[in-house]
Design a protein around this ligand. Structure first.
Ligand code: 4AD
Length: 430
């Protein structure tokens, strides 16, 4: 490991100290007899300056080194209010680890090109900021889950049954049989509550969605919780407390990064529980009053959700969806069998659904009927149905799409920017 100080740790008060930096050439310019290199590393940037007086050899090398080359630079710290971070390094040594003649990404690169060379796009501090925010949201989630007593579990990805409908399943050959890539860990989490009661997992989930929208990926990171002895209203409390903590903590730790994406923090600050709750019926009324052509019983798509989010400046819940538009495992509402005890959490500013959750059907016969109604074979769900035969309890859970949360927090125009290497119907490379 190279001994170095991170760019962001070089401070004006270190005036005169000798430092060693390692990173990439971010910007370079020559002014008279000086070469300025702005060096970038994972922490941020620092300006370095080379002159013949400081070192002729270093000056000559700095003059010829290309943008995004990897370098190790040594020199003395000098406070300078004109430098981007108020401090610079007067360099007398530069070791070029790998010289780059021409970096393919230029200022006017199109979005498509940036995705084609995503492996190089990851050099960008802006992309790094997205990934830092994503990591911090999960760090916060872990903090909250730990203090609230949830056990992390590690469910399988190779599975034999659909959770969220057969149309978005990725099939694959599993030796002589057919298997699928998991759409959701839910059914396995439901099994895990019998030993652990409160469980969570973070797994990749796969959806063969042909829809090319700004909120769909074919592979995304899914944070799922399942709790025994909880009804729908209990799990909504868990959802809002978790999301509130994730967002507030990330605001605290990543303000600088978030600021590069959004100036207005209102909706992020408006995450103190409880979040507003409206029923599906109310949602339909609101939409109809806005002239949207939607009838009771129809599913809300991205467009309808966008209109609805205009009514709120915080995340909010829509609960009480019609049964026939929701998944088979959701519990029928005992007060209205046309509905299920399900709720989605929608993010404001047009983002829409970030969480889907529900109380689970715990009546064996009703569950079998729902599986049949969906045109599926209860035989494929035998183990899952067993969970209703051996010590069944009321239970509820939900799934949060991590990239959707990141997209809202950072006000991104497309979910693909919230992932390291996006997977969409047209993109499997790099
Ligand atoms: O609403 P969904 O389909 O619910 C489930 O999968 C449940 N089994 C979860 C559970 O209860 N354990 O998906 C949950 C969330 C959505 O609210 C959304 O945030 C995200 O997963 N999601 C997607 N994110 C990106 N691309 C896609 N194609 C997504 N599909 C769902």
């Amino acid at each position: 490991m190279i001994e170095k100080i991170y760019c962001a740790d070089v401070k004006p008060k270190m005036e005169g100290e000798r430092v060693r930096l390692a990173g990439w050439v971010y910007r370079k310019r020559e002014v008279g007899k000086k070469v300025f290199i702005v060096l970038r590393d994972s922490s941020g940037i620092i300006q370095t300056i080379f002159t013949k007086e400081l070192s002729e050899e270093a000056y000559r090398r700095a003059k010829q080194v290309g943008i995004e080359s990897s370098v190790v630079i040594e020199g003395r710290v000098k406070a300078d209010p004109r430098a981007p971070t108020g401090v610079e390094v007067q360099a007398d040594k530069i070791e070029i680890i790998q010289d780059v003649e021409f970096f393919p990404i230029t200022k006017d690169a199109s979005d498509e090109f940036l995705l084609d060379v995503r492996h190089l796009h990851l050099h960008s501090p802006k992309v790094a900021s997205v990934m830092k925010v994503k990591a911090t949201l999960m760090q916060a989630a872990r903090e909250w889950l730990l203090q609230d007593g949830w056990y992390e579990v590690f469910p399988p990805i190779l599975v034999t049954g659909a959770v969220e409908g057969g149309s978005t399943l990725f099939k694959l050959k599993y030796f002589e049989r057919e298997a699928y890539l998991s759409q959701s860990a839910q059914l396995y989490l439901e099994a895990a509550i019998f030993g652990l009661e409160k469980v969570w997992s973070l797994t990749p989930s796969f959806r063969a969605e042909k829809s090319r929208t700004r909120r769909h990926l074919t592979e995304y990171w899914h944070l799922e919780l399942e709790g025994a002895w909880m009804d729908l209203w209990d799990i909504l409390k868990v959802e809002e407390e978790l999301v509130s903590y994730m967002v507030q903590r990330t605001l605290e730790l990543r303000k600088k990064e978030i600021e590069t994406f959004r100036k207005d923090f209102t909706t992020l600050k408006n995450t103190e529980p409880p979040f507003p709750r409206i029923s599906y019926d109310e949602a339909i009324d609101i939409l109809q009053s806005k002239g949207i052509n939607i009838e009771w019983g129809e599913d809300m798509g991205a467009d309808e959700e966008r209109v609805l989010t205009g009514e709120f400046d915080s995340p909010f819940f829509v609960y009480g969806y019609p049964k026939h538009i929701k998944a088979f495992y959701m519990k029928e509402d005992p007060e209205d069998p046309r509905k299920v005890l399900a709720a989605d959490m929608l993010a404001p500013e047009g983002y829409g659904e970030i969480i889907g959750g529900s109380q689970r059907e715990d009546d064996y016969n009703k569950l079998v009927q729902r599986i049949l109604d969906e045109g599926m074979d209860p035989k494929n769900y035998e183990w899952y149905l067993d969970l209703r035969k051996y010590g069944s309890v009321p239970h509820s859970g939900f799934g949060l799409g991590l990239e959707r949360l990141v997209a809202w927090v950072l006000n991104l125009d497309h979910i693909r920017w919230a992932t390291l290497f996006p997977r969409t119907p047209s993109r499997l490379y790099p």
